[in-house]
Write a protein that binds this ligand. Structure first.
Ligand SMILES: Cc1ncc(C[n+]2csc(CCOP(=O)(O)OP(=O)(O)O)c2C)c(N)n1
Ligand SMILES: [Mg+2]
Length: 368
């Protein structure tokens, strides 16, 4: 069966910057001051550098499997910047940059990746949930959180990230249907990178756009250039406001489809050369970091000196985080905790075996 369908994509894709970082003639940029724009830029640089170091760390066996983000920083950073302090952020396994924007420490992220439970202790005031690995599970759960918040009369928006792959799951449709009927204060942010591991977007859905799926649930869908941080910020900010700020009977959820490309593999356990061609010039031209940097330079907000200072700050921050994370010692007893109230016999036997080994060899080999 051919998977080709005739497709007429009449959806407007929101884009404010051209690939050289020039504001498009009819662009309506968001109201952001110099400080806020530079904060977004620094977070973009932090995200890229953190990602490079994390991939290298995984290759050295210092952290476990890692989900890279190169190319996707613009969507994560700009959308997370659009949230207010009281709003909630619900990440998948890939939203490292969004979590950093929200105030999570890079050392905590590395700890989690190295298997230390400490990284999962997310400070309560950040309003970030633990990451979701089972695809789309977070969608109905975030709708539940948002509905509870609304029933309690709170003014909070709930930003729920998902991939293009998640749109084929029942949870996605159940969650969006409920959100449309009950007007829960949700923003569904779909990072459409064109692939769900080896499955291309064309095999995921026959819909012309992912944004268009919102129509079926009776609310607005917006497609945005996910590698244009300025455009991502604007559409997310508008969606966040629409979820919580207008009069009670005008509050509405939104589905955002951020079209983008990930330069790197699905995870460090994946080899994309098996199923996709190398990264095209077209996607490299859209790289959100030089593009946003060029916009800041053109508008006189960034020069070489400031750029160097930002690079140094970012590198120092990640280097410090690595030092902190590497100093954390594994506690082998934790392997046995938190799953069973009453450990079964085989677990008791394994623990006794470990204790015997520690008696013989000392504790040190089991703490790294
Ligand atoms: C319910 C479920 N099915 C399958 C998997 C295995 N799996 C992990 S990531 C992934 C692809 C997800 O693709 P997408 O939603 O587009 O996100 P991306 O990784 O591209 O960011 C799959 C199938 C899973 N984690 N959960
Ligand atoms: Mg994907």
């Amino acid at each position: 069966m051919s998977i080709q369908r005739e497709r007429r994509d009449e959806w407007d894709r929101v884009q404010l910057l051209d690939t050289d970082g020039r504001l498009l003639p009819d662009a309506d940029p968001p109201d952001l001051g110099d400080e806020a724009l530079l904060a977004i830029y620094e977070d973009l640089r932090l995200a890229r550098h953190f990602d490079e170091r994390a991939v290298s760390f995984q290759r050295q066996g210092r952290i476990g499997t890692y989900a890279p983000i190169a190319g996707q920083e613009g969507a994560q950073v700009a959308s997370a910047h659009a949230l207010g302090a009281a709003d909630w952020l619900v990440p998948t396994y890939r939203e490292h940059a969004a979590k950093l924007v929200r105030g999570m420490e890079p050392a905590a992220l590395l700890c989690t990746m190295a298997g230390h439970g400490e990284g999962y202790a997310i400070p309560g005031e950040l309003n970030v949930t633990p990451e979701y690995v089972p695809i789309a599970t977070q969608v109905p759960q975030t709708v539940g959180m948002a509905w509870a918040s609304r029933l309690q009369g709170e003014e909070q928006a709930f930003l729920c990230y998902l991939g293009d792959g998640a749109t084929s799951e029942g949870d996605f449709h159940e969650g969006l249907n409920f959100a449309g009927v009950f007007d829960t204060p949700n923003v569904f942010f779909c990072n459409n990178n064109g692939w769900a591991i080896s499955l291309p977007r064309e095999r995921q859905t026959a819909s012309a756009t992912i944004a268009g799926k919102a129509r079926a649930y009776g609310f607005e869908g917006v497609q945005v250039d996910g590698m244009d941080p300025l455009a991502v910020y604007r559409v997310t900010r508008e969606a966040v406001e629409k979820a919580k700020d207008p009069p009670e009977d005008e509050r509405r959820p939104t589905l955002i489809e951020a079209v983008q490309y990930r330069y790197s593999a699905h995870s460090t356990a994946d080899d994309p050369e098996v199923y996709r061609e190398g990264v095209s010039e077209e996607w490299l031209d859209r790289d959100p970091i030089p593009r946003f940097g060029a916009f800041l330079r053109r508008s006189g907000r960034l020069d070489d000196e400031l750029d160097d200072a930002i690079r140094t700050r970012v590198e120092e921050r990640v280097a410090d985080a690595i030092e902190v994370a590497e100093a954390v010692e594994a506690d082998p007893d934790k392997v046995f905790e938190h799953v069973y109230a009453e450990p079964p016999d085989r677990l008791r036997e394994q623990r006794a075996e470990l204790d015997a080994l520690r008696e013989r060899h000392g504790d040190a080999p089991f703490r790294k």
